[in-house]
Unconditional design. Structure first.
Length: 431
């Protein structure tokens, strides 16, 4: 692989100008963005995967094996996503709702360019003999597009797919299922959407990062479909033989004053309800990792850690394991996907109930966006706090959810959903 190094342009907002320019040039793009946020076991790198040299040829039949076989054959960089509905290939499940946004269930490509971005330098990796357009853009920054402006008020009407009254009725149904022993916990999600919306994807993503900077943020372009993501959560990371998952369960708002903020943080830390939800998912993740791990290596590195972000405090736990030598990329993903923090427990029954109770197809939401290195290391986020946009039909959407246990209060759970979606609603509505 050839490596070309450039000094960072002496321009304000050069990263946004570079992303805006690359978005017009390439139909396949994944931008990983940690927003400068520290995170245990590291956040995403700041890296751009641009242009498809090859697209993994998925057929809808055992696509995770297809992904692993492609990587085994080419030993290349890969970037893309695994959508939630790939669950139907892993287990005997189905998705009854239409695919309104039109995203493929799974999409990965081998990039023409892997671009590492640091504060003062840019490194372009490619198998091509030159840096292509990157040389032009970075040696003559006047060729870069202007930085995308943060959109003003749009007056867009953001609609709820599920009313508050219907939401609370479904939560009561879930509580009844839990009381009957059908499930122990269920992650119930609802969709909000805006139609006939002409969105500037890069400008909107910039606004989202300004409002809600997160360590696993992503900008993804797949032809005319976009994911603008502000995820705080890691799904699964592999470094050598080490596997790492960091489920989030437990959310509380930030305070208006430092004293209130600290009190809210301690309230979250001490919440028996949030701890019970978190522990249930930690146990599920331990079981998922154990299926790919060497015996006796699964451990909980941190339980109920409290981490602070711009909009919320979160309760995050860390589970790690040592992968078996014979555990392939397909095995590891198949055993852990979808992530337990987005399903509930027991996982199989929870997923069956989710399809019955939710009013929308999840699609990329609650799936995973990330990358695989030529050596086989990988890192994937959990696709939450994300806007999905189809420029062809001008439909924008985001979904939010929470873990419902028997002790759940329907009104409080709905308020938590609104809190999680506030930044995205404000951005789409131009507030």
């Amino acid at each position: 692989m050839n490596v070309f190094r450039f000094a960072a342009p002496d321009l304000a907002d050069w990263r946004w100008r570079l992303l805006a320019t690359a978005e017009t040039e390439f139909d396949a793009l994944v931008y990983l963005n940690n927003n400068g946020i520290a995170y245990p076991n590291d956040p995403f790198p700041t890296r751009l995967y641009a242009g498809a040299k090859r697209v993994v040829p998925f057929t809808g039949q055992d696509d995770l094996q297809t992904l692993a076989d492609f990587h085994d054959r080419y030993r290349c960089h890969l970037a893309g996503y695994v959508g939630y509905d790939v669950k139907n290939q892993i287990e005997t499940l189905h998705s009854r709702h239409p695919n309104r946004l039109g995203f493929p269930e799974i999409w990965f490509f081998e990039p023409r360019y892997v671009v590492e971005l640091s504060p003062d330098a840019i490194e372009v990796q490619t198998n091509e003999p030159s840096a292509g357009p990157w040389h032009h853009w970075l040696t003559d920054p006047t060729t870069l597009l202007p930085a995308p402006k943060i959109p003003g008020q749009t007056g867009t009407i953001v609609q709820a797919r599920v009313s508050e009254a219907n939401y609370e009725a479904v939560v009561q149904q879930i509580r009844a299922l839990i009381e009957a022993g059908d499930v122990y916990e269920l992650n119930y999600c609802i969709e909000f959407y805006a139609e006939q919306l002409a969105l500037d994807p890069v400008g909107t993503y910039r606004t989202l990062c300004a409002r809600s900077p997160m360590p696993f943020s992503t900008f993804l372009k797949q032809q005319q479909r976009f994911v603008l993501g502000a995820s705080p959560e890691r799904f699964l990371k592999r470094t050598g033989q080490r596997l790492l998952s960091q489920p989030i369960k437990g959310t509380i708002r930030r305070g208006q004053t430092s004293a209130e903020d600290e009190a809210l943080k301690q309230q979250l830390r001490a919440s028996e309800k949030e701890q019970a939800e978190n522990l249930m998912i930690v146990d599920l993740v331990r079981n998922d990792l154990a299926r790919s791990a060497q015996t006796g290596t699964v451990q909980v590195d941190e339980l109920f850690g409290i981490y602070t972000f711009r909009q919320v405090h979160q309760m995050i736990s860390t589970v790690s394991a040592t992968a078996r030598p014979d555990a392939s990329l397909a095995d590891i993903l198949r055993h852990a996907f979808p992530m337990g923090s987005m399903t509930g427990a027991p996982k199989m029954r929870a997923m069956e109930r989710i399809d019955e109770l939710e009013a929308s197809r999840r699609g990329v939401y609650s799936g995973a966006i990330g990358y695989v290195t030529p050596e086989g290391d990988f890192d994937f986020n959990v696709v939450i706090r994300s806007i999905f946009y189809n420029a062809a039909n001008q439909l924008a959407s985001y979904s939010v959810g929470s873990a419902i246990t028997y002790d759940a209060d329907p009104a409080q759970e709905y308020a938590e959903c609104l809190l999680k979606g506030q930044a995205m609603r404000d951005i789409l509505g131009g507030a």
